[in-house]
Design a protein around this ligand. Structure first.
Ligand SMILES: Cc1ncc(COP(=O)(O)O)c(C=O)c1O
Length: 402
């Protein structure tokens, strides 16, 4: 029998983690949320503009489909790649929205959009391979590239290009070791949207090279001006694209954990193997609700988009009236990314001060990579009342401190 003494000794011994764990990053949003919650426990009142999730509840028809699925016994394992009917619904939706013919064996359903990032990078990037990714950008890209021991090659997003990037610069970053290029439109954290022209230029720069593109389109239904465009629609690119989309942002289903990848069928079998090895499958009743999300009434998606747009307009106009803040109008997603360089404060220090002294939780641009210095990210997934309160508090703070 193990005595208490030996157990204690075992827990005190050094954790002999694999070396790669030292290279795994994280998402600062969750850390800031924890810090904000700690301040709330001390009695402070915080406006939460740090976390990237819709504040709306999941539409009722989807919840009801999920509850009914539970009552009807959708509580067992399902196929690793997803329920056939959901894969079919996704294939039809993507065929329609991206204008390319997609079959259900090209769809892999996974628990959220994130696993597609995880699996794609695991599947393609070996030690020493290069992956080009947007910076500032969703921090999981860089974290995962480092984790697998590949070389993270940032492409700098430029405010003056409405947070697009210089395609010639991207072309100059491509080498024989480039395995993967990551695109994200609409973009987190900047709200930038790639135009049809941008996508065509990027496709032309990649040319015939055998490089895969991970196209993160999780905010595809949140475009405020113009239309969403995908590199998957460009002739010759379907078989080099892994399209990531999902339910979290579109249908306010972040906690349900369901997303998908669309890719050529031979790759889908490998990504499915990663699913079998990690999750077995995405929760079955969740997937039944997903069928309703895609096939059912879409008016809630339009309503949520209109509301995000209204809040964006108010918040951007308000920020532009505050000393030291200058903010472009984002074209998609639900984030605004003001330039704060003229405050003279470093982004992280400013974000910390706004949380601690003004009670407004936001993220430093550097939470999204080195090129995020000089910016803050605010999520407008909060009520207009709270957004106005945040504006007022930031304004007062700048008047006291700048
Ligand atoms: C750009 C981007 N990709 C992927 C995800 C992951 O989404 P999910 O919650 O479905 O895993 C997020 C979530 O914030 C995101 O911003």
């Amino acid at each position: 029998m193990t005595s208490f003494a030996t157990m204690e000794k075992a827990t005190q011994s050094e954790l002999r983690l694999a070396e790669r764990m030292s290279r795994l990053g994280t998402e600062t949003a969750f850390e800031v949320l924890n810090k904000a919650r700690a301040l709330e426990r001390e009695g402070k009142e915080i406006v939460h503009l740090e976390i990237g999730e819709p504040d709306f509840d999941t539409p009722k028809n989807i919840i009801e489909a999920g509850v009914e699925a539970l009552h009807n016994g959708w509580t067992h394992y399902g196929p690793s790649a997803g329920l056939p009917e959901l894969r079919q619904a996704i294939a039809q939706e993507v065929s329609h929205s991206r204008g390319v013919q997609v079959a259900s064996d090209e769809v892999v359903v996974v628990p959220g959009g994130k696993p597609i990032i995880f699996f794609t990078i695991l599947a393609f990037a070996d030690v020493g391979d290069e992956v080009i990714y947007p910076n500032p950008g969703f921090p999981i890209y860089e974290s995962m590239i480092h984790y697998v021991g590949a070389q993270a090659v940032p492409i700098r997003l430029q405010e003056e290009k409405d947070f697009g990037f210089d395609v010639d610069e991207m072309a100059s970053l491509i080498t024989d070791r480039t395995k993967l290029i990551i695109l994200n439109s609409p973009h987190n954290p900047t709200g930038g949207v790639l135009s049809e022209r941008d996508i065509a230029d990027i496709a032309e720069a990649i040319g015939e090279r055998n490089i895969m593109v991970l196209s993160d389109e999780i905010y595809s239904r949140l475009v405020f001006e113009g239309e969403h465009h995908s590199i998957m629609s460009v002739p010759g690119f379907k078989e080099r694209t892994i399209l990531l989309d999902g339910f979290s942002k579109t249908y306010a289903m972040t906690g349900w954990r369901m997303g998908y990848g669309v890719m050529r069928p031979d790759l889908a079998t490998h990504i499915t193997r990663l699913m079998t090895n990690s999750n077995s499958c995405t929760a079955s009743f969740t997937q039944v609700a997903g069928i309703e999300a895609i096939r059912g009434d879409q008016s809630s998606v339009d309503r949520m988009r209109a509301e995000f747009q209204r809040r964006r307009d108010v918040f951007v106009a308000g920020l532009n009236r505050i000393k030291g803040f200058s903010c472009r109008m984002p074209k998609g997603a639900f984030y605004v990314f003001p330039n704060v360089t003229t405050t003279g404060w470093k982004s992280k220090k400013l974000a910390d001060a706004l949380l601690e002294e003004a009670g407004v939780a936001c993220l430093s641009g550097t939470a999204f990579g080195d090129f995020g210095e000089g910016y803050l990210r605010f999520s407008v997934a909060n009520s207009l009342e709270n957004l106005n309160k945040a504006l007022e508090r930031v304004d007062q703070w700048t008047k006291r401190n700048l």
